[in-house]
Design a protein around this ligand. Structure first.
Ligand code: 3H9
Length: 421
């Protein structure tokens, strides 16, 4: 092998335990195996990095306390440090080549850096269970617009009990119709099963204007309301007051800092970001955002819930635009600027990106689809925060269409007209 790349410690997707390399002698391939569950996967690279931390049980001398800075190591809040009693320790397993060797967990306190090994009663299975103990079955969604209704629909479709909340019955009635229509489109492909699928899904959704009812039995609340920091902060304070201590609180914001939205909560460790894409029933991605204080347990539970929603999850820290919008918004704005400069027509730009880049919609169509108000809101916020970044400079046509109330599909007109002829 030429240059040695960094080889990280691998963890099991299922139960978060460390994976161990094992040779499959028959097929002559390197496998990674979990000692806690059945996971057994072929290594991407035939290269093992061995870091022997200990040689004797209960020997903790050789552990470098800098491991607390390692972002790949899980943290637990379920064990108190024997020295300072804090409940924030990173943990990892001992390495042993002996097949019969029991798993030993090693801890380093994040606060005082004290090192210790696990007691007999506290084995890694227990840790895995505690990391996965925040199971989400009851989901509440606040905000019944396009995104909120879509999230509620998919949650109900995937077997969750759902409470959908909005300020008034008119908004909820509109959301109900929208969900029924979208379910109809899904059910169409299911033949005879379709009608029952719609009935079962709708029966799992309760519509309410009461925040108390929304918070009361929820394991997870996802907020998808207006992009206003103060309004969101107030909502989360109300939700926290009515929710159980274990309830996870998450925002679907696409433009505000996640950590700022949860900043006033009493328990900021239960808070994070869950960013869905429009139309929620069709888009396979969910961005799971780790805010400044999101605990590992909560983050893992959000990832698990994403899977249970049949979405592919990606992880991202709390950075403007996360992954998708950080790339998508500048792309959409560059497309508008290109048309403004007279280099090509909007129709040709859209055709070009559909046929030349394989996108389902061209950028001007997509801007109309997500809403020109949303695009402007995101761009203005970023421009204010990063005035020297030319990618975030204001876009004249976008501002003009917004002033004229032409904000895309939802208003009947944007770059294109959607008025029924
Ligand atoms: C800027 C900030 C943005 C934000 O933060 C993040 C984002 O959201 S970024 C934006 C991220 N979003 C994107 O980038 C979107 C990119 N666009 C796309 O992926 C496709 O154009 C889209 C899926 C929207 C429509 O598919 P298409 O093929 O072009 O046209 P079609 O209409 O003929 O639909 C075909 C079939 O699809 C199905 N179906 C569709 N909608 C629904 C629904 N709501 N429910 C259920 N089902 C639905 C249905 O089966 C339908 O058949 P039918 O017989 O009509 O019932």
């Amino acid at each position: 092998m030429g240059v040695l790349d960094a080889v990280g410690i691998q963890f099991c997707n299922e139960c978060n335990n460390m994976l161990y390399p094992r040779e499959d002698k028959v097929n002559r391939v390197l496998l990674y195996q979990c000692r806690n569950c059945e996971l057994n996967v072929e290594a991407e690279r035939p290269c093992i990095y061995v870091n022997k931390l200990i040689s004797t049980l209960n020997e903790v001398k050789q552990i470098n306390t800098d491991v607390v800075m390692d972002p790949t190591l899980p943290t637990t809040s379920h064990i108190n440090c024997p020295q300072c009693n804090a409940n924030q320790a990173v943990f990892f397993q001992s390495y042993s080549t002996r097949k019969d060797a029991k798993m030993n967990l090693f801890y380093v306190c994040k606060i005082c850096r004290y090192k210790w090994t696990c007691s007999k009663s506290m084995n890694s299975r227990l840790i895995a269970v505690s990391l996965r103990s925040l199971k989400v079955q009851n989901v509440s969604v606040v905000g019944s617009g396009l995104m909120g209704a879509g999230i509620a629909q998919v949650a109900a479709q995937t077997g969750h009990n759902v409470v959908l909340n909005d300020l008034n019955d008119a908004a909820l009635g509109k959301a109900q119709k929208g969900i029924e229509k979208s379910l109809g489109r899904v059910a169409k492909k299911m033949g005879d099963e379709g009608a029952k699928f719609i009935e079962d899904t709708m029966s799992r959704i309760t519509f309410t204007t009461s925040v108390e009812e929304t918070a009361a039995n929820a394991d997870l609340v996802v907020e998808a309301i207006v992009e206003n920091l103060a309004v969101k902060q107030k909502l989360f304070a109300d939700l926290e007051a009515g929710a159980s201590a274990k309830c996870i609180l998450a925002t679907n914001t696409s433009s505000l800092p996640v950590s700022a939205i949860g900043a006033n909560l009493k328990d900021t460790t239960r808070f994070g970001g869950l960013h869905f894409f429009n139309p929620v029933p069709m888009m396979k991605l969910l961005e799971v955002i780790k805010a400044n204080d999101t605990s590992d347990e909560v983050f893992q539970a959000m990832l698990d819930w994403g899977k249970a929603m049949n979405k592919t999850t990606v992880k991202c820290i709390d950075t403007p635009g996360f992954i998708v919008n950080r790339l998508l918004v500048p792309y959409l704005m560059e497309a508008i600027r290109l048309v403004e400069r007279g280099h090509a027509t909007k129709e040709d730009v859209d055709i070009a990106m559909k046929l030349g880049a394989g996108h389902p919609m061209g950028p001007l169509q997509l801007a109309d689809y997500v809403g020109l108000d949303t695009c402007k809101f995101i761009l203005d916020g970023w421009h204010q925060e990063y005035p020297d970044e030319p990618l975030f400079n204001p876009v004249e046509t976008l501002n003009k269409l917004n002033e004229e109330g032409k904000i895309g599909m939802k208003s009947g007109e944007g770059f294109y007209s959607y008025k029924k002829k």
